[in-house]
Ligand binder design. Structure first.
Ligand code: SF4
Length: 413
């Protein structure tokens, strides 16, 4: 099979993995005349995302889509009737370098089905990264998928070459994983995440203790991430977010990626026939953002009774509508924590508001200048030239103002 055909098969097989993004890496450049690739800003490399938010600036492939495991949600499972292919280590290295030279990519995202054993597969994945870094002095971004059962020495070596490592938790609940991916062991997954966290902490300490000018031992400077498939089981958004909060807290993950389940050919009857609405994935990302940057707890984002995020309105607005007793908020006096809970107020806008109000009072026109969606925020705030009517927040129909109107579908003739 030629490399082009392998690429078609192995890039297609990798597309279901959402956990690739190149944020948070260390800066490297090749201005010293050695090596190839740069992640420094202003060096002509930009991050590029597909309309659905997935990163497309990395060469995203599997080493092989053959796999010993039979995870029901996966198109590469052993019982799947799909064409199989396998790259050699040298083929992935050459493709990465060729694509990099043509400026198609800024790095590599490499995962693999499990062949022979976890150690054998991980060793092959590590060899790609080692060859790129040590033989070709490649300085672009590398994200490696880690196989939980692999030997500790291989994982340490993976961290030496990769910017980011990831292990997919797959589904939020242990019982679902046992049903959908019987060969996977959630304890091994969590144990390896724990090992990664320790190595990341050690590397951080090592960097602090290393005198300026010396090179500190390196371990995945862009941290670890994971992916959860949404909609392959019956887990509610509340359960998904609680699992994410636990992962962020226990293993200091940089990101949890949410990937809406896509029905696959010849799927098991245990799986849903339809994909969940893509907007559910989007709402989970918004909720995740609220946990990481806006001070929300996982438990308060989702309505307890419903267990699911609204698909019609964003989670912060939905929270504000459930907690109207906390509004309207006086923008001139409110603390940062409270301002962050106002619908439409982003973190940067809140910092600008706090800086501005020391000098002058905030008016409606100032919000527009800060690119705050004024119509969304006004019912919840008091400004020097605005106070919402006392009935507005009590109005049963306030939520309707923000819900997108139903549209008559067009006819195709
Ligand atoms: S281990 Fe499971 S999820 Fe990973 S490639 Fe194999 S079948 Fe797919």
């Amino acid at each position: 099979m030629d490399v082009q055909r392998k690429l078609e098969i192995l890039a297609d097989a990798a597309k279901y993995d959402a956990s690739c993004a190149s944020s948070g890496t260390e800066k490297r450049d090749s201005r010293d005349g050695k090596g190839m690739g740069s992640t420094a800003p202003g060096m002509g490399i930009c991050h590029s995302y597909a309309p659905d938010g997935r990163c497309i600036s990395l060469l995203k492939v599997l080493l092989t889509n053959a796999c010993n495991y039979d995870c029901l949600y996966c198109v590469n499972r052993t019982s799947s009737n799909v064409p199989r292919a396998r790259f050699t280590v040298d083929e992935v290295v050459k493709l990465t370098l060729d694509f990099y030279r043509r400026n198609y990519i800024e790095g590599l995202f490499l995962s693999s089905g499990i062949i022979r054993s976890a150690d054998y597969t991980m060793e092959q994945v590590v060899r790609v990264a080692r060859t790129l870094r040590e033989t070709h002095h490649f300085r672009g971004y590398i994200h490696l998928k880690t196989i939980p059962e692999a030997d500790d020495a291989l994982i340490t070596e993976a961290g030496k070459y990769a910017d980011r490592l990831s292990i997919n938790i797959e589904v939020p609940e242990e019982a679902s994983l046992a049903k959908l991916a019987p060969e996977k062991d959630v304890r091994a997954i969590r144990r390896t995440m724990g090992r990664l966290r320790l190595k990341l902490d050690e590397a951080q300490e090592g960097r602090k203790a290393t005198p300026k000018g010396n090179t500190a031992p390196r371990f995945a400077p862009a941290g670890q991430s994971t992916q959860m498939i949404v909609g392959a089981d019956l887990a509610s958004d509340r359960t998904i977010l609680a699992t994410s909060a636990n992962l962020y807290g226990a293993y200091k993950l940089k990101r949890v990626y949410y990937s809406a389940f896509s029905p696959i050919p010849d799927a098991s009857r245990s799986l849903p026939l339809r994909a969940p609405p893509l907007v559910r994935e989007h709402r989970l990302y918004q909720a995740d953002w609220l946990m990481r940057f806006y001070g929300f707890d996982a438990g308060e984002i989702v309505d307890r009774a419903e267990g699911m995020l609204s698909l019609d309105i964003d989670p912060k607005l939905a929270w504000a509508l459930r907690h109207r007793d906390r509004f309207p908020l006086d923008v001139a006096r409110a603390g940062r924590e409270d301002l962050l809970r106002v619908p439409g107020f982003g973190t940067k806008a809140v910092d600008r508001i706090i800086a501005t109000r020391r000098l002058t009072s905030i008016r409606i026109a100032d919000l527009a200048r800060l690119h705050i969606p004024v119509g969304k925020a006004l019912p919840f705030i008091v400004l020097s030239d605005h106070r919402p009517s006392s009935h507005l927040l009590d109005e049963a129909r306030l939520a309707e103002r923000f819900t997108p109107k139903m549209k008559q579908l067009g006819f195709s003739f």
